[in-house]
Design a protein around this ligand. Sequence first.
Ligand SMILES: *[C@@H]1O[C@H](CO)[C@@H](O)[C@H](O)[C@H]1NC(C)=O
Ligand SMILES: *[C@@H]1O[C@H](CO)[C@@H](O)[C@H](O)[C@H]1NC(C)=O
Length: 349
Amino acid sequence: MASFSQSLYVLALFAVLALWNSRVTMSRKLVELEAWSPKRHEQWMVEHGKYYKDVAEKEKRYQIFKENVEFIESFNANNKNLTFKLGVNQFADQTFEEFKASSLNGKKGSLGLMGMEEIKTPFRYENVTDIPETIDWRKRGAVTPIKDQKDCGSCWAFATVATVESIHQISTGKLESLSEQELVDCVRGKSGGCNGGFMEDAFKFIAKKGGIASEAKYPYKHVDRTCNSKKKEPVASIKGYEKVPKNNEKALLKAVANQPVGVDIEAGQKAFQFYSGGVFAGKCGTKTDHDVAVVGYGSTEDGTKYWIVKNSWGKNWGENGYMRMKRDIKSNKGLCGLAMNPLYPVAFA
Ligand SMILES: *[C@@H]1O[C@H](CO)[C@@H](O)[C@H](O)[C@H]1NC(C)=O
Ligand SMILES: *[C@@H]1O[C@H](CO)[C@@H](O)[C@H](O)[C@H]1NC(C)=O
């Protein structure tokens, strides 16, 4: 028979356990509260150098921030077996509508290729058979550091410049950062600076003018300004451009094996906005609204094939500014339409 003191001992043990348990619950609650105090937003503001004009604006941004963080956390929790993750980045205080309006291809770009004249070009890599398993033009010194288009729909200028910087390095051995602002200010036709534009117009402009100025001489201002091209000496030139046959990732592979290529994609979705790493394979359509440069390809240890994509949203987004996008998907249009309209500049021989 258990003694009275033994019973007391057991009771005391229970009491201690119960107390401990309630403390754990309490501290868990505290952690949750802590997570959702405006402190978390303030820390993020410091990290990203954000300022708001008044208290009302800060409160509004805090609510958007909170919703976005909740979206990101529940996406990651509910999609554990996806090949990519989302993260809280510099876009976390923007609504999806604001993000689409400021960081993609402006209003004109979102019209896609509608109304663009279909120009057929030769494809010089048609018969290429020497295609390495992987290629990363960054490792070959042909890619400049990640840039940031900021709140200007000038992705088309950044994608154009990225491919011209690369072909210039591949053909001359010199890596030179080139001017997006010159394209924003001077390329017209169907293109309109921060309102969006087309890589085709930009390649034509560079070829016709006989080159493009350096980033240093014609720096980026993220607004449309008066064209100041005549006074800026070109430092890199191209003969023209060619298109990769449409809807053909095999043809795209042949091209990227030889030089970085500009592509149109649909990036207007939240998983894209908050992509933080891995091989992106999110659901996206083919209503192209953004331009990027494909600077390589490869596959993961488990055999997932990907393209290496250089974006123009700064180094805080994605994998230090880059995204790996799933390659060789079922649709011949490529993930997010990336195989629909790839094109690349042609160097002077
Ligand atoms: C995980 O992936 C498999 C196969 O890709 C899929 O069928 C399954 O629904 C996924 N599970 C979850 C929880 O998403
Ligand atoms: C590829 O090969 C075919 C058949 O020999 C030839 O007609 C075509 O001109 C070649 N293409 C290029 C770009 O060299």
